[in-house]
Design a binder for this molecule. Structure first.
Ligand SMILES: CC(C)(COP(=O)(O)OP(=O)(O)OC[C@H]1O[C@@H](n2cnc3c(N)ncnc32)[C@H](O)[C@@H]1OP(=O)(O)O)[C@@H](O)C(=O)NCCC(=O)NCCS
Length: 149
């Protein structure tokens, strides 16, 4: 594997359908409690690309898409909302290499990088721990319609 071949490109409007598909796969792999249909995922990523609400980045090796990330700078640091490596390319070090590139070339160096993982996403959590992330908080929710007891 030649990690030097991985590059990060800012996504274009034309790539929104591809990103919608990858987002759908992400929601299958890290089951989302409130999943959106493909059309809504594509619309949302189109909005992010057009407005800059989030920066949407594609990881590529040559023409081959390896994964994608969605992030923005928030008060607390660089918040990575989506991070995804294509299923057929996992466990080859591309996730680690992509985070190293993001840290080197994209994220501000003087700010922390923050992610949120679903508590059931054992593989994702193992990945973040393996590359050096530390547990930070625990998100909780009260379901709509439920009253606090
Ligand atoms: C999580 C994800 C990004 C990891 O990408 P990847 O390219 O497979 O990760 P790497 O190959 O760089 O793995 C680096 C290390 O992380 C750990 N790791 C990665 N995947 C793992 C898994 N499924 N189970 C246990 N540990 C894992 C290992 O220690 C691995 O090193 P090793 O392969 O030498 O043992 C990828 O599985 C993915 O896109 N999953 C679906 C989306 C997702 O869950 N994103 C994160 C949301 S919080």
């Amino acid at each position: 594997m030649d990690r030097g071949k991985l590059r990060i490109d800012r996504a274009t409007r034309a790539e929104a359908p591809l990103l919608g598909e990858l987002n759908l796969q992400l929601d299958e792999d890290e089951p989302h409690p409130y999943p959106l249909p493909l059309s809504a995922l594509t619309e949302r990523v189109t909005r992010w690309i057009e407005t800059g609400e989030y920066e949407v980045l594609l990881f590529r090796r040559g023409e081959r898409v390896t994964g994608y990330a969605v992030w923005r700078l928030e008060d607390r640091g660089a918040y990575v909302r989506h991070f995804f490596i294509c299923r057929d390319q996992r466990r080859q070090g591309w996730g680690r290499a992509a985070m190293q590139l993001l840290r080197r070339d994209v994220f501000p160096k003087d700010r922390p990088v923050q992610i949120e993982a679903a508590i059931g996403n054992k593989a994702g959590i193992a990945f973040w721990h393996a590359i050096g992330f530390q547990d930070f908080g625990l998100s909780m929710e009260l379901k709509a319609g439920d009253a606090p007891s």
